[in-house]
Design a binder for this molecule. Structure first.
Ligand code: AQP
Length: 321
């Protein structure tokens, strides 16, 4: 059984990515799970090529440093030839109406002066990611379920029209994990691409910067420390971060504080300690190009080997290659 998960280098990894996903990938992953840095998905909106390259590398280092086995990891663009070929086959099996119905496309293209065609077609690339590697399960939130449904439909259609080649993937709910909110605006989730990064703690932020960001975090006007996400979203977010770092419950943590200052100090120290080993190891990997390059190359070779037979069968069945 293969489960496939990805992280997009739209910017640097943050505490939300860590507590909400990466930490669980490292701790609770199954032996068949695969993880990748989805750099091709970061190209559907305006981006800086040098920064994309650097962020992709940084994310790979963070995944390794977080404890994900290197033999479960690869970078998406290292399979660009295989994925490009399969995306074309799948686009030829996908109706225009089907692609344009994707809710995320409507949301992300709304109000944009120039909408890249790749923003419309990236769910087909996502289907290629899933089908090329023969993933059985794809853990995704509600916003991505429609894309996994598309991958299922395309796999079934291809299998019926040309011949059985693809496993039919299923969307599964990710393990419930902490949902981290922006420290300056707790109505939003902490996000890589937030306009203002003061509310985002990046995994590789210097410990003093982490402390400063947490000290400046928004609090609520009530002056009480309670875990009440509806009434006190900012304080509840801090309590949830603290509980996630300490492996406790936010309500239990709330009982230990009566003022915001000491709460923020405790959250800052817990976050610094949580991220310290990851930061240390990731910076080590980033300063030694040979080790990270070797991990990346081995991941690319393994993923390409895994994809080769399925891709050549699909090409042959489709009458090309
Ligand atoms: N704030 C968050 N709290 C908990 N989990 C989060 N994840 C993202 N933000 C939070 C989880 O991290 C994994 C990888 O995320 P992604 O690369 O797929 O990006 P995303 O979900 O679109 O969120 P980002 O990091 O904020 O990026 P942008 O700004 O580009 O949208 C996923 O499992 C995600 O749920």
């Amino acid at each position: 059984m293969t489960r496939l998960s990805a992280i997009t280098p739209s910017d640097r990894a943050h505490l939300g990515n860590h507590l909400g996903a990466v930490r669980h990938w490292a701790r609770d992953g199954h032996p068949g799970d695969l993880y990748f840095v989805s750099d091709l998905h970061a190209m559907t909106v305006s981006y800086n090529p040098a920064r994309l390259r650097a962020t992709t590398r940084e994310l790979l280092a963070v995944l390794v440093a977080s404890g994900i086995a290197p033999d479960r990891l690869f970078v998406q663009s290292d399979l660009i030839r295989e994925l490009g070929a399969l995306t074309w086959l799948l686009e030829c099996a996908c109706a225009f109406g089907e692609a344009s119905r994707m809710t995320q496309f409507k949301q992300k293209s709304d109000g944009q002066a120039m909408v890249r065609l790749s923003l419309l077609t990236y769910p087909v690339l996502m289907a290629a990611d899933i089908l090329l590697l023969g993933a059985d399960e794809v853990p995704v939130g509600a916003d991505q379920r429609q894309h996994v449904e598309l991958a299922r439909d395309l796999a079934r259609r291809f299998n019926t029209t040309y011949g059985e080649v693809f496993a039919i993937p299923r969307a599964v709910m990710p393990r419930t994990a902490a949902r981290v909110r922006d420290l300056s605006d707790p109505t939003r989730k902490m996000s890589k691409s937030a306009q203002d990064s003061t509310g985002t703690v990046f995994v590789l932020d210097d410990p003093d910067l982490v402390r400063r960001k947490i000290r400046k975090a928004k609090t609520d006007a009530l002056g009480r420390v309670e875990h009440d996400p509806a009434g006190q979203p900012a304080v509840s977010n801090l309590l949830e971060i603290l509980a996630a770092c300490r492996g406790t419950d936010p309500r239990t943590e709330a009982a230990g504080f009566s003022e915001y200052g000491p709460l923020k100090e405790a959250v800052a120290e817990a976050v610094v300690e949580e991220l310290r080993p990851i930061r240390t190891r990731a910076l080590e990997l980033l300063s030694d190009p040979a080790e990270l390059d070797a991990i990346r190359k081995a991941g690319a070779d393994r993923a390409a080997d895994r994809a080769a037979h399925r891709l050549s069968s699909a090409l042959r069945l489709a009458g090309v290659g």
